[in-house]
Design a protein around this ligand. Structure first.
Ligand code: ZN
Length: 368
């Protein structure tokens, strides 16, 4: 965003992105839609997620405040009008719809040898195409119902002539100065984003070290998928499906036992058939004093310190939990989609075979 257009055009990817943004947003500077959400094309909201949505989403995560920004008159002139004025909270004025299509240069002009900007004379012929919108805006500004953005006020005051090159660097510097750094890097962006977003409580239960341990494990897609879904709250239980699609799922009850209200915990742990599987797993593989609640908490936090004991050699207790959880999930999905009955003993047989296979595979790997 701080590089000049010639440098960007010399890089094939930057050139393509810059051209795409300018083309879709119908503007001359790709920095404008990135810096000012109000200038983005409204049509985009109806489209599927695309490259632009991801770019805008990423840049919007960056904390920003343009209160201290100092721009020159050339830059002020190319801004969207909406980015230069705002309706103060005390005002009841509604900015005319056409304001969205206007640039500052449509209603402002240089005065007195280009020393400052002022709004155009209402009789100016260039204003005719905008009908009554300019006079409404001028009246709003004169009465204080509309106000100029802090960075726009100085360019409306007489001041010594400055550089007249359009530059968005003053805005961009306000994006990246939050952590005191003067250059953009992936790390500074990540830190800035992390400081601006509060993670959901479910994710806060898992420490960085436990996440690292989880991603370093060699798990099957099925095993990783179900644990991750459980932690981030994306298990499609009937309580949730009934809530979002009541016409299709007419009940929030468990489709297996038909008794309890279906929740992620019930689907994976407490439905009687699943509970039986977990008790079998505890009896055969773990410390007998382990409870299903202990297992659930360990999986939610990825902290297996309290249930480290395992009756089998050659495998860790947490691998057994991942295998058991994935087999329960698989059995549930087969019940839902293929009407295969849930039989606890059959699930335990599958878990046992999966555990033996994992031990054998690990043994082979250690010999290689
Ligand atoms: Zn149930």
């Amino acid at each position: 965003m701080v590089q000049d257009q010639d440098t960007i055009d010399a890089h094939p990817v930057f050139y393509l992105l810059s051209f795409h943004i300018r083309n879709v947003s119908n503007c001359h500077h790709h920095q404008i839609p990135l810096l000012f959400p109000c200038s983005r094309s409204q049509v985009l909201k109806k489209q599927r997620i695309g490259t632009l949505d991801m770019l805008y989403g990423a840049v919007d995560l960056q904390p920003r405040s343009f209160v201290q920004t100092q721009i020159n008159t050339a830059t002020a002139m190319v801004l969207p009008l909406q980015a230069s004025i705002f309706v103060p909270p005390t005002s009841t004025m509604v900015a005319p719809l056409r304001t969205k299509q206007m640039l500052v240069s449509d209603v402002f002009q240089y005065e007195s040898n280009r020393i400052f900007l002022h709004w155009k004379d209402t009789r100016d012929p260039s204003l005719l195409q905008w009908s009554r919108t300019p006079s409404t805006i001028f009246k709003g500004l004169a009465r204080g119902l509309l106000q100029l953005q802090p960075y726009f006020v100085p360019v409306c005051r007489p001041a010594p002539l400055k550089d007249l090159e359009v530059s968005f660097a003053p805005f961009v510097n306000q994006l990246i100065s939050t952590d005191g750094r003067s250059s953009v890097s992936a790390k500074s962006f990540r830190l800035a984003v992390l400081s601006s977003v509060t993670p959901p409580s479910t994710l806060r239960n898992v420490s960085t070290a436990h996440w690292q341990m989880f991603w370093s494990l060699s798990l099957t897609t099925l095993q990783r998928n179900v644990v991750y879904r459980f932690i981030v709250g994306c298990i499609p239980h009937r309580g949730f499906l009934h809530h979002i699609m009541p016409n299709i799922f007419d009940s929030s009850c468990c489709p297996v036992c038909l008794l309890a209200t279906h929740s992620a915990s019930h689907l994976l742990f407490y439905c009687p058939s699943k509970e039986q599987v977990w008790q079998g797993v505890i009896f055969e593989f773990l410390c007998p004093t382990t409870s299903i609640s202990d297992i659930k908490q360990a999986l939610l936090s990825l902290d297996f310190f309290d249930i480290w004991y395992c009756q089998y050699r050659g495998i860790s207790s947490y691998r057994i939990l991942f295998i058991a959880l994935s087999q329960i999930w698989l059995a549930h999905m087969r019940y839902i989609f293929d009407q295969v009955p849930i039989v606890p003993t059959a699930i335990i047989v599958a878990i046992r075979s999966n555990i033996r296979q994992t031990i054998e595979e690990d043994r082979c790997n250690s010999l290689l």
